[in-house]
Design a protein around this ligand. Structure first.
Ligand code: UT7
Length: 327
């Protein structure tokens, strides 16, 4: 059994919000944001653009790269915490928009680890049933809709964007996925969540007044947990695949904070030149971030056949994981 990544795509909206722009909105400054996070700018979707609109552009780019028509898709998985609606799922909307007439689909919610959880889910589907030849895995976020633009602790961090990976089931080829490790711990609701809008705290005048429809985060606590969890997951997958850290060409971490990525690299250990970082341009795009990195790496020729690529992520839930790929 072999599963391959046949196409990649990504999309970020045209509008760019720089650190200087943010200086006019909250009490912050470019120097603080750059040194504490590595972020210089982020892309912000237009008011009329929702999660599925960003996803569609990334999806079409991945399909075009692979030369696969939407009607050939068997399944669509959309990782997101900012779906167009609570229901129907963004995957349903995307199926219709693409004209993916043979595909079923669903949304997967694992916050910033969403792309890794979706890849693992897609692999599972494709392994048990060969009829799933083409599965489209998407990470798409309009986080600007979930951010409190008056809260400097969070609003400087996030951005909008989407990415897509097209997987193909190739029974006669080597599997590109070598090992995976995923985890959750539901005991940390207080440090990273969006408290209202679900069945626990349905939308009301009070929830809006209390700003409960925005991302709430205790950044320092998340920072420590993120580093520990990603290092541990990376070590587990390397051991499972019997691959040494020296053999890894690229570490592709979820782009939450350049200092988190450096701390993970130091502890593996791995030189910073082998860590793929583009957070400066996009900020934290949650489920979209790793796929945006992969698409950039592929289109710029920075990843070659046979390279070991180690993906790792951490996010609300808590959720975390790592996946080792042989490109
Ligand atoms: O996607 C996965 C989930 N998210 C993450 O992984 C994020 C993880 N956490 C982080 O990236 C970092 O903790 C932050 C970037 C959020 C914060 O960096 P930090 O070095 O942990 O800063 P801090 O929270 O310890 O705050 C330091 C100071 C505080 O002032 P006082 O209390 O020391 O006077 C903050 O009020 O910096 C202040 N501060 C700001 N100052 C200017 C917080 N945000 C800002 C800001 N501009 N935007």
């Amino acid at each position: 059994m072999g599963i391959k990544i046949r196409g990649t795509g990504s999309y970020t909206p045209d509008k760019v919000l720089t650190n200087e722009d943010l200086e006019k909105m909250v009490e912050t400054n470019d120097e603080w944001i750059r040194t504490r996070t590595g972020i210089c700018q982020r892309h912000i979707a237009a008011p009329e653009q929702a999660c599925s609109d960003l996803a569609e552009k990334a999806a079409r780019a991945a399909l075009e790269m692979a030369g696969v028509a939407p009607e050939e898709l068997n399944a669509i998985i959309v990782a997101t915490i900012s779906p167009d609606h609570i229901f129907p799922s963004t995957a349903c909307l995307l199926q219709h928009r693409l004209g993916a007439t043979k595909a079923f689909g669903f949304d997967l919610e694992a916050a910033c680890s969403g792309l890794l959880f979706s890849l693992e889910t897609a692999r599972g589907l494709m392994s048990v049933n060969r009829k799933y030849r083409y599965v489209l895995v998407i990470g798409s976020e309009k986080l600007s809709a979930l951010v409190n633009w008056e809260d400097r602790n969070t609003c400087v961090l996030f951005g909008d964007g989407a990415s897509a990976l097209l997987l193909e089931n190739c029974p006669d080829e080597e599997d590109c996925f070598l090992a995976s490790d995923l985890g959750v711990d539901g005991n940390s609701l207080d440090i990273l969540s969006l408290p209202a809008g679900g069945s626990r705290n349905p939308a009301s005048v009070q929830t809006v007044t209390d700003k409960m429809h925005y991302i709430h985060m205790a950044g320092r606590d998340v920072f420590k947990l993120a580093v520990n969890a990603m290092v541990s997951s990376c070590k587990k997958v390397l051991e499972e695949a019997n691959v040494s850290i020296d053999q890894v060409r690229w570490l592709v971490p979820h782009q939450a904070n350049a200092r988190i990525m450096s701390a993970v690299a130091q502890r593996l250990p791995l030189e910073e030149e082998r860590v793929f970082i583009n957070i400066g341009k996009y900020g934290n795009t949650s489920a979209a971030s790793i796929g945006i990195c992969i698409d950039e790496m592929v289109r710029s020729g920075q990843v070659q056949k046979g390279d070991y690529v180690l993906l790792t992520a951490f996010g609300g839930g808590l959720t975390w994981g790592a996946i080792l790929i042989k490109w």
